[in-house]
Design a binder for this molecule. Structure first.
Ligand SMILES: [Zn+2]
Length: 138
């Protein structure tokens, strides 16, 4: 189900709780909502649809397949650089520090533990969305 995008910065600044195995529907809604906003958005965190759970979805290529991550954690990061980002929940563009390579652990949609490395744009989006889970806005 496509949900409304939250733009309340006070709400978005509260850290999210760990996701549970029963949160699959929230993940599906997150994917549906990202898909509906695919023309201007490549990733979302669950608090952006009003659910403070540690769930993100990313779609760096803008194609039909998006990657859902439950309880993602950055284990390692390399290659800091400054860049500019925008956010569906905020107006304008802001400067932020990102890392070129990150290694992330998470539970996938089948609730299987994963450990994957990401570089470039995919890594950047994941860092932005994981920041949302900590209540950090760009
Ligand atoms: Zn954002």
């Amino acid at each position: 189900m496509v949900r409304r995008i939250i733009r309340d910065e006070a709400f978005l600044s509260i850290p999210s709780e760990p996701a549970q195995q029963g949160d699959g529907q929230v993940g599906q809604d997150l994917q549906d909502t990202l898909c509906a906003n695919a023309d201007r958005c490549v990733g979302m965190a669950a608090n952006m649809i009003g659910v403070r759970k540690k769930i993100i979805v990313v779609n760096p290529a803008g194609g039909p397949f998006s990657l859902l991550m439950f309880n993602p954690e950055i284990l390692r990061k390399e290659g800091p650089y400054m860049t500019e980002e925008s956010c569906l929940s905020l107006d304008g563009v802001r400067q932020t520090l990102r890392y070129e390579m990150i290694e992330v652990s998470f539970m996938n949609a089948s609730w299987k533990p994963q450990r994957m490395a990401f570089t470039g744009f995919a890594a950047q989006i994941i860092q932005h969305e994981i920041d949302h889970l900590s209540g950090i806005l760009i």
